[in-house]
Design a protein around this ligand. Sequence first.
Ligand code: SRM
Ligand code: SF4
Length: 519
Amino acid sequence: MTLATEKPTTSLNKFEKIKAEKDGLDVKNQLEDFAQMGWEAMDASDRDYRLKWLGVFFRPVTPGQFMVRMRMPHGVMSSLQMRVLAEIVERYGEDGNADITTRQNLQLRGIRIEDIPDIFNRFKAAGMTSVQSGMDNVRNITGSPVSGIDKHELIDTQELVQKVQDMITNTGEGNPAFSNLPRKFNIAIGGCPDNSIHAEINDIAFIPAYKNGEIGFNVLVGGFFSAKRCEAAIPLNMWVPPNDDVVELCRAILEIYRDHGPRANRQKSRLMWLIDEWGVEKFRAKVEQEVGKPLAEAAEKDEIVWEKRDHLGVFPQKQAGLNFVGFNVPVGRLFAPEMFELARLAEVYGNGEIRLTVEQNVIIPNIPDSRLEALLQEPLLEKFRIDPAPLTRSLVSCTGAQFCNFALIETKNRALALVQELEAELEIPKTVRIHWTGCPNSCGQPQVAEIGLMGTKTRKNGQTVEGVDLYMGGKVGKDAHLGSCVQKGIPCEDLKPVLRQLLVEQFEAKLKPGITHGI
Ligand code: SRM
Ligand code: SF4
């Protein structure tokens, strides 16, 4: 094994040096000390980098108020867990909130370092962890948000996702075997016919496919976005049954990536760069060798045969008499009172379960037919609608300048205000998927959107102003493919007429009566 820790530290890049000096997970034993000394006195490498191994992110935009990124395997959580998280953010007043992320996960804000030991105890008591959710670790593992309750699903992937997370994180305790990857790593396991996981943008994706009459998964590898390069995942020409082979395969690929992945240049360290270097056949052979047995070749066709569903509204489950209800949470932002309310609704009307989606929305499952009508009358549904307007419905946004220091522009608040203005002016016959992302890191996935907006700086009247690069053509679900940049440097203040024109010319929108201004 050629881990970075065995190399002379002088030749390593900044991040490899930090990891070689001390494993990120080691700060676990220093949390009480950090709480005592406060954020200003902490060693900068521990505070700004190593804490991310525990899911705790120093925010230079709001110094002293940390962000905590959870792990919510499959986006499934209980009302009890939601309430624990609500109590945590509630104590920070206006500074506290939680964002649903594009990986079906939650990020808490406003967190003080002095509270971390207590917060981690609460996580543990409620069966949650934030371990290894940042830096060179495997991110939240995604799955269909309606797994186990979907009439149309081919494989219930919940247990598999949990098993893969447990293998990677040592059941949430932290696992040094996978805490020093060359770079971040994304895994998605989809058992549904509509590719609700965005398989194409994950380092490993499992998609349903029949082989000799048995349902299992075809495996894709190497999908990723970065500022310099974006690639859709490619077939590994491998099929695995939906059992522990999935866990073994993830373990094998992670070990290969850990031991052989390129580490010199952070811009060229994601899994696809290793696959480029070796070629997919050599990579496949190495995976087979690492797993220790021959693995089947890919099934001829996969079972992603549907357009992607957004799960908003009321849907009968596969369990007779039960329903799931999908709520739109505008740009994924939750505050403590709404989190308590979601927990209450899940308990009063469902069985206490809550699910998160990669579109930054919420699903409450297991609602009996007899309770549906009453749920739909609840005041929270005025804010988190089940039938939102067509642009709000599919709006996704990354964090942006409010909290993220990489951001070149403000995103969430601007995104929401702009679609609301456009909805006031236009009749829009169908939903249009608009994704905002504050910088080229692409956390808001503009490449999967019909209209993608990526933050940039541009010039207007001799001044540098906030702007966006416009992406178009992203297709999700069946035959997914990535969109590309069609126009650069549109000043944000000029964006509304550009989008209005696009919506009219390409998405069949019409100006509402009385709206005259200019296309
Ligand atoms: Fe991301 C870094 C937020 C999904 C690509 N991402 C960051 C950081 C941690 C930067 C930082 O330290 O400030 C952002 C934290 C801001 C904050 O305070 O919230 C951040 N990323 C997010 C989230 C919260 C966006 C959102 O609003 O939903 C998503 C959290 C997911 C989760 O629960 O773990 C998020 N990030 C993504 C995705 C989308 C996905 O996974 O489907 C991508 C593109 C896909 C991919 O990774 O291949 C993505 N984030 C990045 C990158 C570019 C990675 C690269 O290889 O270059 C960075 C920068 C980096 O890692 O150096 C980054
Ligand atoms: Fe921050 Fe850029 Fe990611 Fe948005 S895309 S959360 S601005 S790193």
